[in-house]
Design a protein around this ligand. Sequence first.
Ligand SMILES: Nc1ncnc2c1ncn2[C@@H]1O[C@H](COP(=O)(O)OP(=O)(O)OP(=O)(O)O)[C@@H](O)[C@H]1O
Length: 228
Amino acid sequence: MSDKIVEITNANIYQGDNLVLEDVNVTVNKGEFVYLVGKTGTGKSSLLKTLYGDLQLKQGTGTVVGFNLKEMDWKKVPFLRRNLGVVFQDFQLLTDRNVNDNLKFVLRATGWKDEKLMDEKIADVLDKVGLKSKGFKMPFEMSGGEQQRVDIARALLNSPKLILADEPTGNLDPETSDEIMQLLFHICRDYGTAIIMATHDYIVISKYPARTLKTERGRVEDNATISI
Ligand SMILES: Nc1ncnc2c1ncn2[C@@H]1O[C@H](COP(=O)(O)OP(=O)(O)OP(=O)(O)O)[C@@H](O)[C@H]1O
């Protein structure tokens, strides 16, 4: 695979029959951190959904982690998803099982079988997010910041080349948001994972500056200047 992790060219993105974004041209390289901003309803989620195969790319071309979005057989979407990590605002952990079992659930669902290898992988991702000894905790025993770390650990399980993060600091206080941003930048820098992060939090952006895409008036503006 080339260093281009995402390459979208001349794409029109639709929700049903409605054209949400027109002539989208976005390239994201290996290890790059990119923000995605824009007012509510301008198409941030639609763009992310296109990238993880939840919205079909009808017009234009698109490649994500080596998968051709346009020509992809829809049966292949699960394979695309195995090569991506997705992090949401509301963590989406299974509340009836501990952290280890939350992570094992994802590994099993993505085809892992060997118990020892699964245990090693779980220990590895928990270590990466600073939760080495917390695997036996239930989600309700953890703070919001810790739950978000588990969500990030889950996204790392299949060693993705790309993480899509939708408002990952949206439910967190400023100090915990800082910790999560430091973790995401560390993952990007030290493991070469590209990250696209949708956010409304311009304070976070000013503290952790990076290339910014902005959805506005039906277009995606690259290297957008944003005012706080
Ligand atoms: N499932 C859907 N069916 C039809 N239209 C939709 C659907 N989801 C979103 N839309 C429409 O597509 C447009 C873009 O919505 P989208 O959710 O991508 O915006 P957004 O920038 O992510 O907003 P927010 O910041 O509130 O998450 C909006 O006009 C929205 O009403």
